[in-house]
Design a protein around this ligand. Structure first.
Ligand SMILES: [Zn+2]
Length: 513
């Protein structure tokens, strides 16, 4: 208004400019909160690295963002840990312990507390629940009026889909637990999601209080030192915090990273370094942060529902894979070669496929004498090399079959032990300004995030796995048809029908937010 009034008074304003100005003012009015319902926020971080557990490369953190309106509150916690319960250092008592304490201390309803694990494989302190409450307490005590803005960044150079589609119709995944299939069997790779959902919280003096960024990727690249690390998202957060200065806290929320690895995950020629990838992610966040315009906000909504999902029964698949295991084992046939004789022989036959056993003149001489001794030796050795390589390939396939078979059997045993055909999970919905987020406790795969975002038709939609519990991998119905060939479809307790149930619920929650 300060600029509009003098312009009107000077009568130098033209009609089109007036329309633009009024319509802009109107949209600003629609999101501008009145002073008494404007959201407040506070943020804090507490280090949770277990320094007794071995060498430390970089610190792990629990971070808490508390957002409040006069009638509602949201506690959003991120932890540099593999999962919220079930696997790793954080036990199944962690989530209820933290929520009970927050209810006792601050009256915050448990259903308004969201805890997301980055899924880095760092080792956290055993008193992580106390440290989490400590972080929330600091965030509660430092509430101030904030303005909020959303932006969509992009980073497509640090991640790769780890599911490889083979010509056989099967899919296998890129893991350290087993070898990749031969190159000629690989047909294609799955998609990544380059989107970085970013929520910026500005103080009233314009400085940045906090940046929440949401991305899909396993932070498991590791560091050259081999020490405890928050991995690539720890480095990304550090870049963001150091660049924005002050007490700015950057919170990473893991998205649908179930089938997404850091790029060059299987590299063995140079040390794998999460810092390089993390710096790239951090810079991509900062590029967008600079463009985000924050406004006063009053929109804060939380939905928390229990969803009953069918558990999978993979006994048929287990039977099938045991048969395959036996078949592979029985197909192994000994040759005269061992590793010591095989390697130099193979190098020789690769180096000079035409005259591997001797210089070419020896073969020419052989033509004169008509004995063909070298040619016969070469045919024999080539067959031995092929047979030895076939054994190696069979053993590599066995490592894949056995690893995934163990996962199927483990989850089958837990199905039997549970005595139940269903599992109940927590699904949370959050509306914060323009942003809508839906959470799930499993490792959602990237096609799930991509599909739900497309169906929701709203760029400010964020889908987060790894939240409020842990129920292993959660792949699509189609990915589950591949059970036994990749980790995501083997390390899974859900039946294929789980996905449409979750998808409908997620879309319903997004509509309600
Ligand atoms: Zn994982």
């Amino acid at each position: 208004m300060k600029r509009l009034l003098p312009a009107l008074l000077s009568r130098r304003i033209d009609f089109a400019f007036l329309i633009v100005l009024i319509s802009g003012y109107g949209s600003w009015m629609s999101v501008r909160a009145s002073a008494d319902d404007q959201l407040t926020a506070g943020v804090a971080k507490v280090e949770i690295t277990d320094r007794e557990a071995g060498p430390v490369n970089d610190p792990l953190f629990v971070k808490a963002l508390v957002v409040k309106s006069p009638t509602n509150s949201l506690v959003l916690i991120t932890v540099d840990a593999v999962a919220i319960g079930e696997i790793g250092r954080i036990g199944n008592d962690y989530l209820p312990t933290v929520r009970d304490q927050l209810f006792t201390d601050f009256g915050i309803p448990p259903e308004n507390v969201m805890i997301n694990a980055s899924h880095c494989h760092g080792v956290v302190r055993r008193d992580v629940a106390d440290l989490t409450v400590q972080a929330v307490r600091s965030a509660m005590e430092s509430q101030e009026e904030v303005e909020i803005g959303f932006g969509l960044g992009s980073e497509n150079t640090i991640s790769e889909n780890r599911r490889l589609h083979l010509k056989s119709g099967r899919t296998i995944d890129v893991r350290h637990a087993y070898a990749l299939p031969p190159d000629e069997e690989v047909l294609g790779v799955g998609p990544i999601d380059p989107a970085i959902g970013i929520v910026k919280f500005s103080r009233m003096d314009g400085s940045t209080l906090s940046v929440l960024y949401h991305y899909a990727c396993h932070p498991i690249q590791g560091v050259p030192s081999g020490g405890n690390t928050a991995d690539l998202t720890g480095f990304a957060s550090k870049v963001i915090e150091q660049s924005l200065g002050g007490d700015c806290v950057a919170l990473f929320v893991q998205g649908c990273g179930g089938d997404i690895n850091p790029r060059n995950y299987k590299q063995v020629d140079q040390p794998r370094d999460a810092e390089t990838l993390g710096n790239k992610l951090g810079l991509s966040v900062l590029r967008e942060v600079a463009r985000i315009r924050c406004v006063a906000e009053s929109r804060l909504k939380v939905i928390n529902e229990r969803l009953v999902l069918p558990r999978g029964d993979q006994s048929g698949k287990i039977f099938e894979m045991e048969k395959r295991q036996e078949q592979l084992l029985n197909s192994l046939r000994g040759t005269t070669l061992n590793l010591k004789t095989f390697l130099p022989l193979m190098v020789k036959y690769q180096l000079d496929p035409e005259f591997p056993s001797y210089d070419s003149y020896g073969y020419l001489r052989e033509v004169q004498s008509e004995d063909e001794a070298y040619r016969k030796l070469d045919r024999k050795n080539s067959d031995l090399i092929d047979a030895y390589i076939q054994n190696v390939m069979t053993m590599e396939e066995l490592t894949r079959v056995q690893t995934n078979l163990r996962l199927l059997k483990k989850h089958h045993a837990s199905l039997v032990a549970s005595g139940k055909r269903t599992i109940e999970v927590e699904v949370m919905g959050i509306r914060l300004g323009d942003v809508k987020m839906v959470t799930f406790p499993g490792e959602l795969t990237v096609p799930i995030g991509l599909e739900i975002k497309e169906l929701a038709n709203d760029p400010a939609t964020l889908i987060s796995g790894y939240t409020n519990g842990y129920i292993y991998y959660a792949p699509t119905t189609e990915q589950l048809e591949n059970a036994g060939n990749a980790q995501e479809d083997s390390d899974c307790i859900l039946a294929p029908e789980w996905y449409p149930i979750f998808r409908s619920k997620a879309l319903e929650i997004l509509r309600q937010l």
